[in-house]
Design a binder for this molecule. Sequence first.
Ligand code: ZN
Length: 271
Amino acid sequence: MAKGQLSMNLATTRGAWGFAEAVDGCLRHGVTAISPWRDQVAAIGLDEAARIVKANGLRVTGLCRGGMFPGVDAADRQKRIDDNFHAIDEAAALGADCLVLVVGGLPGSSRDIAEARKMVADGIAAIVPHARSAGIPLAIEPLHPMYAADRACVNTLAHANDLCDELDGLGIALDAYHVWWDPDLPRQIARAGRRVISYHVCDWLVPTTDFLLDRGMMGDGVIDLKGLRKLVEAQGYAGHVDVEIFSASNWWTRDPDEVLRVCLERFRTVV
Ligand code: ZN
């Protein structure tokens, strides 16, 4: 594997392509690494997805996603842990490099974010042994604080590092979109060191019109992507760079072959 190759997160073309079409599209553009989502794998069937991966010699740089640990009661939390066991098994069947964890926000009508964060730590602790025996590294992805209530109550790299200190066997997925603003980022990247096992890019648009589905193409926003990547690779990160763009009103509406072309060009020039 050449250091720092592009991996296509299949969210980027989800507007037009399912799993099989996206793989064909990636191969047309010389991209041999992908990071699919569980719903995309489920739509075609895990066995068929695994067969396609194998038949084409694809690298699966991560499966998106596990997590979502906080629940309204013990039964709900257990159901979520069980779902993570399935996610780990799916990642193993695909030969994925890791399972990305988006940890979840406040359960139900809760206002107790400290408790939600404890549920996250407990949930991860509950799945670490299964992940270890399946040979699937877990990568916790800190999300931008605007998602603290509904998607992930782990919002800084410092917090992810704290959890890694607590939980042996946990790695980190670092997404430029979520962490670029953090004044503590250089120090926390150095602290994370080799814990970063997955690195994601897109760009932060100004203005952003939708906080979930208006991520920008690399180079169209304000993130110093080259600078950030340098910090990550200075710690020894030699894996792929996942291009992950949620863009309901722009990139998802375009011809996905054009999207891939632009991704590859920007990858060369600005990432
Ligand atoms: Zn990401």
